[in-house]
Ligand binder design. Structure first.
Ligand code: NDP
Length: 345
């Protein structure tokens, strides 16, 4: 059972007089909201499958978690359309709808969800302090579920057609390209993996790479080169995705970097596979990470190098990056936090 005093004060109060106009002050100068009352046993950062699953378990354990949704409420699934590989939905479910249901489910058990993003964390002492642009919160434990962001090309047409023929995840969306022709952009292992995966569905997969040699590992290159369905366009960048939301993708405009010549390459799908970036900048120098920013956890637990801080989902997983694996690690983080709190109390 929760400590009634803590449960009763789990909601951070709006800034009082002593924190006048907090949004106008730099984050580092702001004090936790309601220094007495803005205390939470569990603060969860992130609102993808990992964050919501952590919230589900923490709230059902009567820990009244606060969940800060971050810059992309609902996480990466909100930029996909149908999700067909999440168990329990035999007819599939729209990514945004799945995330709305997860939010609804955690609220039912008492999670407080706020549309705020952490901009700074103080992990030097406990309780930890999490600052957003609007508020600051104190946390006995922190669950980091900030996810990762697929790197994109940065084209307006790419953004416009994301989920309508443009994707950053072949595992999620490849199925929809059965008997179609698709383009994969990138020359690393992710691009090779995506291209090989897409050969299961597509009739032709064209890899468009900006140089004339791949960055991918030799074994992945060999596999991709050997595949009869995979074609190659070298020294080229995509400058525009052609099509409409109604009709889908019809082609890509390419620029050859050597000749500067522009051309149109017909295709019905574009998979951008130029890497992922974990959303862990605010933890740099505070939590142990690998060289590209994925948080290190003490496998098989979710414990980080800071006692009381747990990590789950894509922020710590450079390998699987699936909604269902993220959800699983979110469960792990909440159970680890709960056990950790029990020992402290
Ligand atoms: P990488 O950084 O290795 O590769 C990114 C690729 O995208 C590069 O070829 C790069 O081109 C290209 N690229 C980057 N930005 C742009 C852009 N703006 N426009 C066009 N092309 C661009 O990322 P990956 O995700 O492929 O791999 C990340 C790590 O994960 C690696 O260590 C990889 O080995 C590992 N991994 C391993 C897998 C496996 O073993 N099965 C599967 C997936 C990942 P350029 O080469 O010119 O820089």
């Amino acid at each position: 059972m929760s400590d009634p005093e803590t449960a009763a004060t789990a909601v951070a109060e709006p800034p009082g007089d002593d924190a006048a106009d907090p949004a106008t002050r730099p984050a580092s100068e702001r004090e936790p909201v309601g220094a007495r009352d803005g205390f939470h046993r569990v603060v969860i950062l992130g609102s993808g499958p990992a964050g919501f699953t952590a919230a589900l378990y923490a709230s059902r354990a009567d820990l009244a978690p606060l969940l800060l949704e971050g810059n992309q409420p609902g996480g990466q699934l909100t930029i996909t359309t149908d999700v067909e590989n999440y168990p329990g939905f035999p007819d599939g479910i729209l990514g945004p709808e799945l995330m709305d249901k997860m939010r609804e489910q955690v609220r039912r058990f008492g999670t407080e969800c706020k549309f705020e993003a952490a901009v700074e964390v103080d992990l030097e002492k406990r309780p930890f302090v999490v600052r957003t642009d609007e508020n600051a919160y104190r946390a006995q434990t922190l669950i980091v579920a900030t996810g990762a962001t697929a790197k994109l090309l940065g084209l307006p047409s790419e953004e416009q057609l994301m989920g309508y023929g443009v994707s950053a995840c072949a595992t999620c969306d490849g199925f929809f390209f059965r008997d179609k022709e698709v383009v994969v952009v990138g020359g690393g292992d992710t691009a090779m993996e995506e291209a090989l995966f897409l050969t299961r569905y597509a009739t032709k997969v064209t890899v468009v790479h900006r140089r004339d040699e791949l960055r991918a590992s030799k074994i992945m290159q060999d596999r991709a080169f050997a595949h009869e369905k995979i074609a190659w366009v070298w020294n080229s960048v995509v400058t525009e995705v052609l099509g409409s939301r109604e009709g889908g993708v019809e082609g890509v405009r390419l620029r050859n970097k050597q000749t500067r010549a522009d051309s149109v390459y017909p295709t019905q799908g574009v998979f951008v596979a130029i890497g992922h970036k974990p959303n862990t900048e605010i933890f740099r120098g505070k939590l142990e990470m690998n060289d590209v920013g994925y948080i290190r956890v003490q496998e098989p637990t979710s414990r980080t190098n800071v006692d009381g801080v747990f990590a789950c989902g894509d922020a710590m997983d450079p390998i699987y990056r699936q909604a269902v694996t993220a959800a699983g690690t979110g469960c792990r983080a909440a159970m680890d936090a709960e056990r950790w709190i029990e020992v402290q109390d």
